[in-house]
Ligand binder design. Structure first.
Ligand code: SF4
Ligand code: SF4
Ligand code: SF4
Ligand code: SF4
Ligand code: FES
Length: 896
């Protein structure tokens, strides 16, 4: 049979489908409902192709090749059809591919994972996860306005998860024995960073990890930037900030203090001396109110006031203080003024409480500490006597139409004014970038280009953070204007990624947000609470704070860190919103590939049926695309038939048969349905850990040790813990069909067995042997010594693979000597030279054996550790030093 596929001649004498033909010549066709082991079902229609002469497109999975066929697999029409099919499949879908908290965090911290680690009491993993994207969690745990919590799905129940308090707990724990990331070998390239604030420090941290030589130039005498000078001690103790920054300097980042751009060095100098430059100069100048007498004695800019206090300089504020502004700096200034002894502190804001950009909790605390709010007041004049402040005159405002920010515009009420007496006026209405030193000509330019807002112009949209001068990058407040710390921290990291990509000629790492992400709603108000993951009611943990009367005359930290028990309890409130299938989901993969628009034909979300009756599996109908693979695998391959369809058309649902719960059906919990499901509709439950999330895992080939078949499996490892077992060749015609024991129970047994004290064996580097280790070790040994009670009985896969190897390599078999402790031969080893050490030889320290072991031959010892005494362990530890001896350890299951 001869045909052409995409213009390529193809010949076959087999009765195959177009899909199989395409696969055989490396043309990939997308499929969701196809399984090579099953009769085609044609429900997804993603595999459509064009066949010359045929009406419309045909499903490649169900159409057999024919003589003379002309097949096209990648035309515009086909792609349009596939896109439409994907939109249909997702038209009634529900779920969050990525947890919304992570999505809303400017740094994209994998919140769901670190919270899960805390729920599992694994604080080291939690801090590592946080530091993947944020090197200053201790700071953020105290000062972040928590955009993540604004979208936390638990907010639709008793209140959002206290994400930031959990982070604060973890980073405080970390200070006891800080996690210092591994630094890659030196690249030999040097980077200059201007500014040791959050953006500069973050950029330095991630560049250092990549092996760059990083130097920061800081204009003040200490690191921290706005974190140090702009955030009062009672919110972020300076000693703690210093400890967190010290971790970065311990990694090898150098900071040069008292070095000012434009005075001590220029961007031209840096450009010439370094391979790349990152400008993180912040926005540290206070914006003026532009009212009469603003230069009077007793008027301060918000940030200048906080800086003076942070510096420890004396400042006489008198008794009456008026703070102008509605942001966090205004609140910080007001609460600081209270602590400096001002009797009357008034916050004047030109809009209302609802429009105040400061955090709610900060506003409340300022009120508790005695600050008075005057809303809808805009300053018009500073009142003075002899050049010294005596008060402030304000225009009374009303609210007009909404402006571009969506907030109602304040409009003056004709002729209405209010005067407030004061000794000090603090204008905390904004900050701007000091452009000094940016206008030095470099490489034929007139210096760094600025935006119309006088911020540095850097390519934020494409996340290169490159300025108009190649090799000079910028980020943080200097680019955005005054913003929150986590945004500057994020810029620092993105800047580092971009600099690394620019210097190493590697593509820029894509942000997870640029992939396809299904969402229940970007804002909490858009989310239908019926579709958030179910959980029993549990109130948010309250964090303690200093009583008001103990705060007013000092700068002691106000809020307390959660206790361990509180942090763990709070972490358990997390609903694990991010789909656990996000990295494997084919639906998401194709939605991304075909750039689908989920809203184009979005219908109502389907009714949700969650079946979690099985100990091992959970079914969620809202993520099901009705491909029928699970049903067919269960009935046609496993001959069980525990699943079926119910309903018709759009209302059709995949359900356990007879609409019972899964546990009541004939299901044997083999997990085969999970392994074929293309979406997150069927998932393994977390058996080993209290909570799992989208952890970074490692997948290793291994072998099931539960019976003599020795199925090849893949273990999914998280930090040396097997958290999941999946069959080899998943979803292909060669997939190993695991049983419940291999798929789920082995995992639990391994976990239990790890309860033994293996510290001695760890030192010997004796690990659970994978089949690959076994084959390699066997093939390089002349003598195989097996030790332990009935090892080959209980570790049948070893026997099985050893025998398979020997059968194929008869030369090796005949020239290899085996010492088996007991007379055991169900696999027929008697065909090979065997020296049985009968059971009267009580120990492996038997003289004859020791002679063999020490003979200098290449030796493989397969042992089962629980049969060894301490002396024997020590003996083997010494033997390990000799290169000719390889020891494989078989972890023995506890229940044998
Ligand atoms: S099933 Fe796939 S598309 Fe749906 S939420 Fe999960 S990962 Fe996203
Ligand atoms: S419940 Fe957990 S995963 Fe979901 S948004 Fe809140 S913190 Fe994130
Ligand atoms: S776990 Fe196995 S037996 Fe149970 S429904 Fe899935 S495929 Fe069928
Ligand atoms: S649950 Fe079954 S029918 Fe639904 S998507 Fe998964 S495999 Fe297909
Ligand atoms: S219709 Fe062919 S793979 Fe779904």
């Amino acid at each position: 049979m001869k045909l052409t596929i995409d213009g390529i001649p193809f010949e076959t004498d087999k009765d195959i489908t177009i899909l199989e033909a395409c696969e055989s010549i490396g043309i990939e066709i997308p499929t969701l409902c196809n399984d090579p082991r099953l009769i085609p079902f044609t429900s997804c229609f993603l595999c459509v192709v064009e066949v010359e002469g045929a009406k419309g497109s045909v499903p490649a999975c169900a159409t057999k090749v024919r003589e003379g066929m002309v097949v096209k697999t990648n035309t515009q029409n086909i792609n349009e059809t596939r896109r439409l099919c994907m939109e249909l499949l997702l038209s009634d879908h529900a779920g969050d591919c990525i947890a919304p908290c992570r999505f809303n965090c400017p740094a994209g911290i994998d919140i769901q994972s670190y919270v899960a680690h805390v729920a599992n009491r694994d604080y080291k993993s939690a801090i590592k996860t946080i530091k993947d994207t944020n090197p200053l969690p201790l700071v953020c745990g105290r000062v972040c306005p928590k955009p993540c919590e604004d979208v936390c799905r638990r907010g639709l129940m008793e209140g959002p998860v206290a994400i930031d308090n959990i982070k604060r707990f973890v980073s405080d724990e970390d200070l006891k024995e800080p996690f210092i990331p591994e630094v890659k070998p030196a690249t030999g390239k040097r980077i200059a960073i201007v500014g040791a604030g959050p953006a500069g420090l973050s950029c330095a941290y991630y560049l250092k990890i990549e092996g760059y030589d990083v130097e920061i130039f800081e204009k003040s005498d200490r690191p921290g930037g706005m974190l140090l000078w702009g955030i009062p001690e009672y919110r972020l103790p300076k000693s703690l900030l210093a400890k967190e920054i010290e971790i970065i300097t311990r990694m090898g980042v150098k900071i040069h203090f008292n070095k000012t751009l434009g005075k001590d060095f220029s961007i031209k100098d840096l450009k010439e001396r370094y391979d790349a430059v990152f400008l993180a100069i912040g926005a540290q100048k206070s914006t003026a109110m532009r009212v009469k007498n603003e230069d009077a004695k007793g008027v301060f800019g918000g940030i200048d006031f906080l800086y003076t206090v942070a510096k420890g300089n004396k400042i006489d504020i008198g008794k009456g203080v008026v703070v102008v502004g509605g942001g966090n700096t205004a609140i910080d200034a007001a609460r600081t003024a209270v602590r400096l002894g001002a009797g009357n502190v008034t916050i004047v804001y030109r809009r209302t409480r609802d429009e105040m950009p400061a955090e709610d909790i900060e506003i409340e605390e300022a009120g508790h500490e005695g600050a008075i709010f005057k809303f809808l007041r805009a300053p018009t004049e500073i009142l003075t006597q002899d050049g010294k402040v005596t008060g402030i005159k304000c225009q009374v405002m009303g609210l007009g139409e909404a402006d571009s920010s969506g907030r109602r515009r304040p409009v003056p009420v004709d002729g209405e004014f209010e005067t407030i007496e004061a000794d000090t006026i603090i204008a905390a209405i904004g900050q701007y970038v000091d452009p000094s030193g940016l206008d030095v000509p470099v490489d034929g330019t007139n210096g760094i280009s600025l935006t119309k807002y006088n911020t540095i112009s850097a390519n934020v949209d494409e996340r290169t953070f490159q300025t108009n001068i190649p090799g000079i990058f910028a980020g943080g407040d200097a680019v955005t204007g005054p913003s929150i710390a986590i945004s500057a921290i994020a810029h620092g990291r993105y800047g580092a990624l971009s600099i690394h990509s620019w210097l190493s000629d590697q593509p820029l790492v894509k942000d997870f947000r640029s992939a396809f992400n299904f969402s229940l709603g970007q804002k909490l108000t858009e989310v239908d609470k019926n579709y958030i993951p179910h959980a029993p009611k549990q109130e948010r943990e309250k964090s303690g704070s200093l009583p008001i009367k103990e705060r007013l005359d000092n700068f002691n930290e106000v809020d307390f860190t959660y206790s361990e028990e509180q942090a763990v309890r709070e972490a358990k409130r997390c609903l694990s919103c991010g789909c656990l299938d996000a990295d494997e989901c084919k639906l998401r993969l194709y939605a991304e590939r075909f750039k689908i628009n989920v809203n184009r034909i979005r219908g109502g979300i389907r009714e949700q049926h969650i079946d979690s009756s099985s100990k091992y599996l959970v079914f969620d109908s809202t993520k099901c695309i009705k491909c029928g693979k699970c049903i067919r695998v269960c009935s046609d391959l496993k001959a069980i038939g525990a699943l079926g369809f119910a309903g018709r058309g759009f209302e059709t649902d995949m359900l356990p048969s007879m609409e019972k719960s899964l546990i009541e059906t004939s299901c044997v919990e083999c997990g085969s349905c999970e392994s074929v499901c293309p979406s997150g509709a069927i998932l393994d439950k977390s058996l080993v850990l209290e909570k799992i999330a989208q952890f970074k895992t490692e997948v290793k080939p291994s072998i099931c040790r539960e019976c003599s078949i020795g199925c090849e499996i893949f273990t999914v490892l998280y930090e040396d813990k097997i958290i999941r077992v999946i069959p080899k060749n998943r979803g292909t015609v060669y997939e190993s069909m695991l049983c419940k024991t291999g798929r789920y129970e082995s995992m639990m047994d391994i976990e239990k067995s790890q309860a033994f004290d293996f510290s001695q064996y760890e030192k010997m580097k004796l690990y659970d042997a994978s089949i690959r280790d076994i084959k390699t070790a066997i093939s390089s040994s002349e003598v195989i010594i097996n030790w332990g009670v009935d090892i080959f009985n209980f570790y049948a896969p070893v026997s099985y693979h050893l025998k398979k190897y020997l059968d194929k390599n008869s030369d090796a078999a005949l020239s290899t000597y085996f010492y088996f402790k007991i007379d055991f031969d169900i696999f027929g080893f008697n065909n090979y030279p065997i020296n049985r050490v009968k059971s009267q030889s009580e120990t492996i320290m038997d003289k004859g054996l020791l002679q063999v072991i020490e003979s200098g031959k290449r030796i493989l010892i397969i042992l089962e550790e629980t049969s060894l005494s301490k002396t024997e362990i020590e003996y083997f530890m010494n033997l390990k030093e000799k290169g000719n001896i390889k020891i494989l350890n078989l972890v023995r299951r506890k229940n044998f």
